[in-house]
Design a protein around this ligand. Structure first.
Ligand code: C6P
Length: 414
């Protein structure tokens, strides 16, 4: 059970917006940060800010220890077999690009295929487009059905001996769909392909165990899980990391630099050139401690109940159409919808006046929206600090939208 007083842990949620209590429903974009995370960040800068892996003095050793402890913490969180399998990045986007530029360039050849899904975030499309254009490879896409589920029946046709990689989201940032990663991974491996999982929307919201998933790469971001912006990770099997060429060149990723060549450190350092994002990686561990204080299963259950309530309430608002699976076992709390007659940007603006923060637009998933026949949608997304009261405020806000955007004659007729 997540207690309602969790909200009190988040200073930002205590404020009013346009003289109304703030209702934050945009955690899929970025989550809010609890006080202990903010305090940990201040403590780092006030007490032990120093560069890592370089200094031979107390502060530097303390910072290095905390940075490496954070790696261990992140590894444990996703049940990675070894902490050296965690490469710190700026976030999910950089982690996926790292794989595309290093593993991709070394392993994808002309005529090879990369299988994506039509519900991917642009971060899991564009890096592969760049790679495919460079290497002469081809991208293929697994579609989704009207209920927002991946069309698994097409997998056998799409997975061929040419498929070298399947890259898919674990949870759609628009439809909320939780994808069957274990099954897809099993079938991809049987076809000889590796699997990259975009965990940006799953790792913050449910227990994720890379060994249980069986995948080869997992990308995720700290800022969507109560941690700071600018930090994230790539998890990959050690043998893959070991064989991959470096990503960025620079300080601290090398063993020896000569004038015309260099040798590189072992993973993960080979992929962490330059001064890393020390503070935010360290503080990410505090965010993980905070989430694990409740337990990811409890957070998932809280969101499951809240999503069920939200779907039922939204269905009651005339003119509102919700996208994605109806069954809360198959989805998380990213809930995209539209309001008949109102542009999503107008919906978001009216809701903002009611103190409600939602996202409107294509949510960096244009192919998904095109597939739905939309250019944009409005999205409410939930996290542990949301309550049924927030959903009630949202539905009341949508009634305001409806009154403003339904033609007067139509209102009279109803
Ligand atoms: N989606 C949203 O509002 P970064 O920006 O690197 O932390 O995460 C990118 C990313 C990758 N995959 C998925 C499924 C995502 O949802 C996101 C981020 C935010 O939906 C910001 S566009």
């Amino acid at each position: 059970m997540i207690p309602e007083r969790v909200r009190e842990d988040f200073p930002i949620l205590q404020q009013r917006m346009h003289d109304k209590p703030l209702v934050y429903l945009d955690s899929a974009a970025t989550s809010q940060k609890p006080r202990i995370v903010l305090e940990a960040l201040t403590r780092y800068y006030e007490e032990y800010n120093a560069n890592v892996h370089r200094g031979i003095y107390f502060l530097a050793e303390k910072a290095t220890q905390a940075y490496e402890d954070a790696r261990v913490r992140v590894a444990r969180f996703i049940n990675a077999p070894r902490p050296e399998e965690i490469v710190f990045t700026r976030g999910t986007t950089e982690a996926i690009n790292l794989v595309a530029y290093t593993w991709g360039r070394a392993n994808i050849r002309a005529g090879d295929e990369i299988l994506l899904t039509e519900m991917e975030h642009h971060s899991n499309i564009v890096p592969w487009q760049l790679l495919a254009a460079e290497q002469g490879a081809r991208l293929r896409y697994l579609p989704f059905d009207g209920a927002g589920r991946l069309a698994l029946e097409e997998l056998d046709t799409l997975l061929t001996e040419r498929t070298k990689l399947v890259a898919l989201t674990h949870q759609s940032n628009v439809l909320g769909t939780i994808t069957p990663v274990e099954e897809i991974t099993r079938r991809a491996h049987a076809a000889g392909a590796l699997v990259l999982v975009d965990g940006a929307q799953s790792v913050p919201h449910m227990p994720v165990d890379v060994q249980a998933l069986g995948c080869d790469f997992l990308a995720f971001s700290a800022h969507k899980m109560c941690g700071p912006t600018g930090a994230g990770a790539l998890w990959a099997r050690y043998d893959l990391l070991d064989a991959m060429p470096p990503f960025h060149g620079g300080g601290e990723m090398i063993m020896l630099v000569q004038l015309d060549s260099s040798t590189y450190k072992d993973p993960p350092y080979k992929f962490e050139a330059g001064t890393p994002n020390i503070a935010d990686c360290i503080v990410w561990a505090t965010a993980i401690d905070y989430l694990e204080g409740f337990g990811l299963a409890a957070i998932r259950e809280h969101e499951r109940q809240l999503t069920r309530y939200a779907l039922a309430q939204l269905r009651e608002v005339r003119g509102v159409r919700v996208y994605g699976p109806e069954d809360v076992e198959q989805r998380g709390g990213a809930i995209a919808f539209d309001v008949q007659g109102a542009h999503p940007h107008d919906v978001a603006q009216v809701l903002d006046q009611e103190g409600i923060a939602v996202r409107a637009g294509h949510h960096c998933a244009q192919p998904l929206h095109r597939r739905l026949g939309l250019s944009a949608s409005t999205r409410a997304s939930l996290y542990l600090y949301n309550t049924p009261g927030d959903i009630d405020t949202l539905t009341r806000g949508l009634e305001v939208v409806r009154r403003l955007f339904t033609p007067r004659t139509a209102v009279r007729d109803r």
